[in-house]
Design a protein around this ligand. Structure first.
Ligand code: AMP
Length: 291
């Protein structure tokens, strides 16, 4: 596996692959890799001729300096994991190398994250999606035409990056976004780099998020379609003295900003804090019951 610490050399490597007619799969990560990231990598490897992954903890998407400082970093281990799983190239960089045109990171021009960014995560983490869009735009420009794999766990983010890839078509950059299912632990907890910050008791409590999503899906399956009722069921199922809810909402995944009362398509989305750890999760309610 090639390990490159500079986006410019990563860009050259990707250009050279494309010149050889090779199709590139790309996985963007902030490191501290787990099986969720690896599910994206495995799919990228299966569907493309070459696969690359980025590892960069993007300061632009953290509004809280403490959150940035405590975000887990395991660069050496991550590179070993990527190598063992057959990734062809891993790259990272610094603010200076990702944005060489600006001397001072405070001067970086933020990319407009578009119409899906203004609620939920956008409300609770001001500037978050601007930061995501700005670095993902730069990553896409680095890798160039490719298939890019993102996790459904960050559902709103998948809408933002799809919008971004549409914008980039205008600049002649063709990025196909592939959304991959959420990987969970045995208890249902969605895998996340932030889970490392949870204690044993917290992990148990955190698993209630998935239980609440499931409870809401059961209501859907028993034909509840009223948004307010589904929202109430979700919020009630989340009630616990150690869970502090940022939001627990039902949205139409195909018509994100709609406010329809009776839903024909629905995703339940939750952001909650357990102690200092903020977790997000979601579940498509109108999935067929495969059990
Ligand atoms: P992150 O390193 O948290 O920025 O995540 C990098 C990519 O991995 C994003 O596309 C995430 O949505 C995806 N991802 C994170 N956790 C999971 C998971 N449990 N299942 C599937 N994909 C995930």
């Amino acid at each position: 596996m090639k390990v490159l610490d500079n986006p410019q050399t990563a860009q050259q490597a990707c250009q050279s692959w494309r010149r050889d007619g090779l199709r590139i799969g790309f996985v963007a990560t902030m490191g501290a890799l787990h099986d969720g990231h690896l599910s994206l990598l495995k799919r990228a490897i299966a569907e493309n001729n070459r696969t690359c992954a980025s590892i960069f903890v993007n300061p632009l998407q953290f509004d809280d300096p403490e959150d940035l400082n405590t975000y887990p970093v395991n660069m050496e281990e991550d590179l070993e994991i990527l190598k063992q799983h057959g990734c062809d190239m891993a790259f990272s960089g610094t603010m200076e190398t990702f944005f060489p045109e600006v001397g001072n990171p405070a001067m970086i021009r933020r990319i407009d994250p578009g119409p899906y960014a203004s609620s939920l995560e956008g409300t609770y983490r001001p500037g978050f999606f601007d930061g995501v869009a700005t670095i993902v735009d730069r990553l896409f420009r680095t890798v160039g035409n490719c298939r890019a794999y993102f996790g459904e766990k960050d559902f709103q983010q998948t809408l933002v990056v799809k919008h971004l890839s549409n914008q980039l078509k205008g600049a002649g950059i063709d990025i196909e976004i592939v959304v991959c299912p959420t990987v969970r632990s045995k208890t249902g907890l969605a895998l996340s780099s932030r889970n490392q910050q949870l204690g044993v008791v917290d992990i148990d409590i955190a698993s209630r998020i998935y239980q609440a999503l499931n409870r809401t899906q059961l209501a859907w399956r028993s034909s509840v379609r009223d948004r307010a009722t589904l929202t109430r069921i979700l919020n009630t199922a989340l009630e616990h003295p150690l869970i502090s809810i940022d939001y627990a909402e039902i949205r139409n995944p195909d018509d994100w900003n709609s406010t329809e009362k009776e839903m024909d398509s629905a995703t339940a989305l939750v952001a909650a804090r357990i102690g200092d750890v903020r977790l997000i999760d979601n579940l498509r309610l109108d999935q067929p019951d495969e059990s």
